[in-house]
Ligand binder design. Structure first.
Ligand SMILES: [Zn+2]
Length: 282
């Protein structure tokens, strides 16, 4: 047996019809539900026969998700069991049987668009890994696409026997995703920006004072981390100095973020984005 796909009831959206009803129904038999954690993220309650499947899937998948798996909102512990109807209408959702998970929901909104390579976002390889373990990935559905969602299409008996088969594609070397521990708040009012040192305006701060240089160093380190600026070019502009390379990085960042105004300087809005998880990679 190469994988579990041939045992799966793909395309069948009534879990009770392939074994999850009756004695295996966690709504009637709540003792079937157990808490599920992966890499420190709490998914809430899960059907105990689903645990081997999601353990295998996430063991293989999570190294491919930039930044790994996270739950930013402690209140959101319904990543798995949730006795509700499908969001899109119709029968009881796979969540209602404790056999579906939602991963990094805030980065993978339903109806959203994938931005593969962004922190927290489900990669294209999710398709292959999910199928291999008898699961469907919501990102494969034509409408609505549900990127965060993976659900089990194996019977409980087969699900309970799933083991991690080994990775078909080794994950790329983990790239640390930078979330600054405590981002410095933007220090100016409306009229002042960070920008080229040579600008004679007193409203453009490019490294005249020690305070400006601290901030410019921070901005440049974020540009370097997200691939807008090489360390070499950052150093060429000077330590804590906003030079031509930093200006080019800033314009590139503005374009990548989809701002209407592309500039060589940075005000409160783009600064705040750059320091947050909204920052896109180049
Ligand atoms: Zn879901």
């Amino acid at each position: 047996m190469t994988d579990y796909a041939h045992l799966a009831h793909f395309g069948n959206y009534n879990p009770a019809s392939f074994g999850w009803g009756g004695e295996n129904d966690p709504v009637k038999h709540p003792h079937l539900l157990v808490p599920f954690h992966f890499d420190g993220a709490y998914y809430g309650l899960m059907h105990r026969d689903a645990v081997p499947v999601f353990t295998a899937v996430f063991t293989e998948l999570v190294p491919h998700i930039p930044g790994g798996v996270k739950y930013l909102d402690k209140h959101h512990d319904e990543g798995c069991f949730n006795n509700r109807s499908k969001t899109t209408g119709g029968g009881r959702s796979f969540h209602g049987y404790g056999i579906a998970t939602d991963t990094n929901w805030d980065d993978n909104p339903m109806y959203g668009t994938p931005h593969h390579g962004r922190p927290g976002v489900m990669p294209a390889i999710t398709h292959e890994i999910a199928r291999k373990y008898g699961c469907e990935w919501g990102g494969d559905w034509s409408y609505p696409q549900d990127w965060m969602h993976i659900e089990i299409h194996l019977s409980p008996g087969n699900a309970a026997k799933v083991r991690h088969l080994g990775d078909s594609h080794p994950a790329p070397a983990p790239k640390p995703v930078s979330h600054p521990a405590s981002p410095k708040p933007y220090p100016f009012g409306h009229d002042d920006v960070f920008g080229p040192l040579k600008d004679p305006s007193r409203h453009v701060h490019g490294g005249y004072t020690a305070m400006e240089r601290d901030y410019v160093r921070l901005i440049k380190s974020r540009f370097v981390k997200f691939g807008y600026l090489t360390q070499h070019n950052s150093d060429a502009d000077g330590n804590g100095i906003w030079g031509p390379h930093t200006s080019a990085a800033c314009e590139h960042f503005d374009r990548r973020m989809g701002y209407r105004k592309i500039t060589n300087h940075m005000g409160r809005g783009s600064y705040t984005d750059l320091m947050s998880t909204k920052a896109r990679h180049a």
